[in-house]
Write a protein that binds this ligand. Structure first.
Ligand code: ADP
Length: 466
């Protein structure tokens, strides 16, 4: 069965990356080999030229001092240099460039040496004489002797070319493993690089298919892709929290709206069915307004809680004194407390600076104070105090009220939860959910300690710089 690779695989980023890497690696390797070949050929030529020039200098001195017979003897004795592995070619010509003496190995018959007599001869210049089939060339250097004759010395390119040919063969032996290494390296690199992106694609696909808990696996390394994965997870987490918060809010609203809406409808219906009595109509309309206000307040508070919990709420943070936040509240709650026969004491130093959203924090303090007075019977006491502890501002509200039962204690922070004993009092059951969400949005914490029948102490802790 023929192996079928989907066309998509060839268009994938991994495939392209692997082709790019392999191509680049192979091209670089071939370029390095070509450059090495060039430098090897250049170096071998230089070695030959240096050797020829040195030997020519030596023979010229020999000739100039001892004459031609002595030179011939010398050449005959040095068989290794003139007939060995990489021999020199030697020619002595008269003033008219006619050959007087010539020495070269038998094998060099392929060179058309007769051309040497016809070609112009120049002192100290490199010339080349090719073989008849132009496979090799003879590299020659000429020098004029003291009596006007010419001494020519040269070497065939055969040894050099042979060394280069061997390198070339090596070249072809090296290329296949190089290509294999390039492809393997490219595939490995592409797989490694694309893995986090593929993980991200799978995660997005999972989320699209409804699995909102899916997250991209992170390696813990500090590279950009891991950072992107972390950011992606953070974003998914926030969106998830946002969706959950909105869903919860909608569920709560749908559930909680049923009763006031029914009440609203019944009030209108009863007013319609009653006799034409203006006072009754007025009373019904006033009830409707009150109920509508309650619903509006509930909706606004629910939206605020959701925004604060999901981090969407924009806090307009400023440095203010805590006493300035309480100023407006003190008068109002002092009056309510007095009415109820509750003693209210607020001990807040003048110069206690905190960085908060003043409007939101005032709402927080109002809710806490309101609850404390509301759930404290007459002759009770409510005390607000502050202290600085472990780099945080701690605000406590202690009352000697009804307290909260251990059963209710964990639930009081839930939206729309009201303790069994509180049903008779006015309230939406949203105050503490709002307080907690706003305090958390300021990077603070809120706790409660309560003993039924004795009272409750709420403790808000905010960072000093908040
Ligand atoms: P609400 O006061 O409108 O009922 P909250 O969210 O403010 O709603 O409070 C939730 C519940 O927590 C209340 O119903 C009440 O049972 C309890 N609670 C809050 N503050 C106090 C307090 N200071 N003393 C006793 N119970 C309290």
């Amino acid at each position: 069965m023929p192996l079928r690779i989907p066309l998509r695989a060839f268009k994938s980023g991994s495939f392209r990356l692997s082709v790019w890497y392999s191509g680049f690696f192979i091209s670089c390797s071939v370029l390095i080999l070509i450059m090495t070949h060039y430098f090897l050929s250049y170096t071998l030529l230089r070695v030959d030229k240096t050797a020829i020039a040195a030997e020519l200098g030596r023979l010229t001195t020999e000739y100039n001092f001892r004459g031609l017979p002595s030179l011939q003897r010398e050449l005959a004795e040095n068989k290794n240099t003139y007939r060995g592995k990489n021999p020199f070619f030697v020619r002595i010509a008269d003033i008219s460039n006619r050959t007087l003496y010539i020495l070269y190995p038998e094998l060099w018959k392929e060179f058309d040496l007769s051309l040497l007599g016809t070609n112009p001869i120049t002192n100290g210049r490199w010339t080349y004489l090719p073989t008849m089939d132009e496979d090799f060339e003879l590299l020659l250097l000429s020098r004029r002797l003291h009596d006007g004759r010419w001494l020519q010395l040269g070497r065939s390119s055969e040894v050099r070319d042979l060394a280069l040919d061997q390198f070339f063969e090596l070249f072809f032996i090296i290329i296949p493993p190089l290509v294999l290494m390039g492809v393997a390296g490219g595939t490995f690199l592409a797989a490694r690089t694309m893995k986090p992106i593929q993980n991200m694609i799978h995660t997005v696909q999972s989320i699209v298919n409804g699995n909102y808990d899916a997250r991209v696996p992170c390696t813990g390394s500090r590279d950009e892709l891991n950072e992107l994965a972390n950011l992606f997870n953070e974003m998914a987490e926030r969106i998830h929290a946002l969706i959950t918060g909105m869903k919860e809010s909608i569920d709560n609203v749908a559930h909680e709206l049923r009763t006031p809406m029914t009440r609203l409808r019944n009030t209108c219906e009863m007013a319609l069915q009653a006799d034409k009595d203006v006072d009754l109509y007025r009373e019904a309309l006033a009830d409707c307004i009150e109920e509508s206000d309650r619903i509006l307040k509930m909706l606004t508070t629910l939206m605020d809680i959701s925004e604060a919990e999901t981090g969407v709420m924009k806090l307009d943070q400023k440095t203010v004194t805590l006493s300035s936040l309480l100023t407006g509240l003190t008068d109002m709650y002092q009056y309510i407390a007095e009415e109820k026969g509750v003693a209210l004491a607020i001990h807040v130093p003048e110069a206690l600076y905190i960085m908060v959203d003043p409007d939101r924090m005032t709402q927080v303090l109002a809710n806490i104070l309101d609850n404390a007075i509301k759930y404290t019977p007459s002759r009770g006491r409510v005390t607000i105090e502050t202290k600085h502890s472990d780099g945080r501002w701690v605000i406590t509200s202690a009352d000697t009220g009804v307290g909260i039962s251990p059963k209710d204690l964990p639930k009081i922070w839930d939206r729309l939860y009201r303790g069994d004993d509180s049903r008779s009092t006015k309230g939406l059951g949203l105050g503490l959910s709002f307080v907690k969400a706003i305090v958390h949005a300021h990077q603070g914490t809120i706790d409660v300690v309560s003993t039924p029948g004795k009272g409750s102490t709420f403790t808000i802790s905010l960072p000093s710089n908040s």
